[in-house]
Design a protein around this ligand. Structure first.
Ligand code: G3P
Ligand code: CA
Length: 236
């Protein structure tokens, strides 16, 4: 079963930072997940929320600020003083450090309705970095996934189910040829796994941080888990 480092090794370092990604790589993670938003001047920034209240106590929305307004903010101290001075990464910065054999799961937090042109910019970057084979684009914003698919008929997609019904999810996944159904550990059931597998889709479950939860999901037959502790791969 694939263990995907969720927001990097976010149990060990501040989520969605270079420190978290480097820690995940050092731990041998085969795949890393991160979240993407866009600044006013169209930079693709890696952060979970649409503002930095949680990480840097900055209340401004990313969509309303320029990259230079946020590029030097400390997004590490909230986690531990050892990470003071950790900066907000851009998606391109992550590709700079990512080995070619590591899969990257890029979650677009909101599509063009909030971040005009974000889908084009993500697809363009993936092309520029020659990273189509090792990148999977996911989103709860299914319009964004349709948009990504319209820009590239081959790009790998993960469909984040959210509150969508299984019937709609299966139909939309077929429409856009999403390779995985990404679903929360609270939602996933044997019926959902079976329905996805019958249609040739992988099932990836978030967020799973204990051996007991992992073992339950292995029994259910899921294909991967998003995990804040990449070493869960090894824990018995
Ligand atoms: O992509 C799986 C998971 O990351 C989705 O939820 O809130 O952690 O981004 P969230
Ligand atoms: Ca995410």
């Amino acid at each position: 079963m694939l263990v995907i480092a969720h927001r990097g090794a976010s149990g060990h370092a501040p989520e969605n930072t270079m420190a978290a990604f480097l820690r995940a790589l050092a731990m041998g993670a085969p795949a890393i997940e991160l979240d993407v938003h866009q600044t006013l001047d169209h930079q693709l920034v890696v952060a979970h929320d649409d503002d930095l209240k949680r990480c840097g106590r900055d209340r401004r929305r990313l969509k309303n600020v320029h990259w230079e307004d946020v590029s030097t903010l400390d997004v590490g101290s909230w986690f531990d003083k050892d990470f003071a001075g950790e900066r907000l990464p851009r998606l391109e910065d992550v590709y700079d450090i990512l080995p070619k054999n590591v899969e990257l799961h890029v979650e677009i937090k909101r599509g063009s309705s909030v971040y005009p042109g974000i889908e084009e910019r993500v697809v363009d970057l993936i092309h520029k970095r020659n990273a189509s084979a090792r990148t999977l684009v996911s989103s709860f914003d299914h319009a964004a996934l349709y948009s990504v698919r319209s820009l590239d008929e081959k790009i790998r997609l993960g469909y984040l189910m959210g509150l969508t019904t299984l019937q709609t999810a299966l139909r939309e996944m077929k429409d856009i040829d999403a390779e995985s159904l990404n679903i929360s550990a609270r939602q996933v059931t044997a019926r959902i796994v079976k329905a996805a597998h019958e249609r040739g889709r992988r099932v990836l479950v978030y967020t799973v941080n204990t051996p007991a939860e992992r073992d339950k999901l292995v029994k259910l037959g899921v294909d991967g888990i998003f995990c804040n502790y990449p070493e869960l791969n090894l824990w018995r």
